[in-house]
Design a protein around this ligand. Sequence first.
Ligand code: XIL
Length: 465
Amino acid sequence: MSARVGRTRRVLAATAVAVAGTLAVGLAVAAPSSAAAEPTLGQLAVAKGRYFGSATDNPTLDNAPYTAVLGSEFNQITVGNTQKWQYIEPNRGRFDYSQADKIVEFAQAHNQIVRGHTLVWHNQLPGWVNDVPAGELLGVMRDHIANVAGYYKGKVVHWDVVNEAFEENGTRRQSVFQQKIGDGYIAEAFKAARAADPNAKLYYNDYNVEGIGPKSDAMYDLVKSFKQQGIPIDGVGLQAHLILGQVPSTLQQNIQRFADLGVDVAITELDIRMRTPRDAAKDAQQATDYRTVTNACLAVTRCVGITVWDFSDGYSWIPSVFPGEGAALIYDENFNKKPSYWAVYEALGGTKTTTTTTTTGNNGTGCTATYRVTGQWNGGFQGEVTVRNNSSTAISGWTVKWTLATGQSLNQVWNGTLTANGQDVSVRNANYNGSVAAGGSTSFGFVGSWAGANPVPAAVTCTTA
Ligand code: XIL
């Protein structure tokens, strides 16, 4: 077995050397490293001592294209709905874990850690809880926590113990728990959760607490007083349901001040919404925003991970809650990676080597161009573009265009004809590979030079002819 692996490696190495030999004509180059599979966001996060996760919900678990991404790209899962009180204890004393279990089992099958969400919240609360007499509600809350956190003991790494207990001005939200149990309900919830699962990290989670302001100040005072009184709390969750171009400037400073109190911080429900439809400028701003959030977390050791509130624009809660807004996530509806995906990827230390753009051509036909750096060395690189006919009609010709970055040039193209106009390059099919059957693909290759950096183009267009 190992001999066979060794032989495969040697063959690959020999191929790389042969390629380098071809390239070496006219270029002083070292051997290019052979292209490796791109790491996932989860793998990149692990290398930074973090996790990168996604929330998910039960209806999507039988959607194969969806679960292919969910199960491979992330190393953490948050149960998006079905651990909420409404689902778990729909009737007093009757607990139903069947839905949440499906998500936890999915995570376990894919080596993903689970954030539990959420034990005590004013929303998605079954009606009967509002009718519990004041004198009984503390017992009901403790019983709920003991059951749920006890059931998932050892299976959940973090619990969002209490969710959204503050108003925007930092006063307590007048939830049924606040009104019937009083200020002490949060501390009681944390004590009950610690007793039920001593190893789970216990989080207070809220929105509009990402920057410094009255609401995050209230959360800060809560954590500080818990620490002083010895009430168990391990972390704060910044939900981070953000608006395009409005990442709070104090985000990193805010994360740091909680870390300085001695708790962990997690970005728990990240999405960055825009007015739809999306366009290139909004996508670029969103990428900047995702990068800013990721960098802020990476800058503080106690910021332990980031979770997006689902990962594909087709499965986001935003359009139903904020009419006219959406496109808030890092994959589009068809599970294509958006610029924001690549911004996170690069912030986590990944090097982007692939980009794909689809355009529609003449007569309703269309093609997709996927640009890929297959090898890179000091000052030079080799690349490949795959042209896929993603329509149901054969095409008879194609042209792929992109703009070279400053310092980049193309020295040689094969299986296509190059036309360059400054940094704008256009590659037309050769006379033998213009015809592509419906669903089929072909490719061309090139060798180029670079100086400074060798980014992949933000956009590659493919048009049919
Ligand atoms: C949202 C879910 O995504 C929706 O499917 C559901 O209808 C409502 O709740 N803050 C939270 C999450 O803590 O639980 C919310 O999730 C989004 C806002």
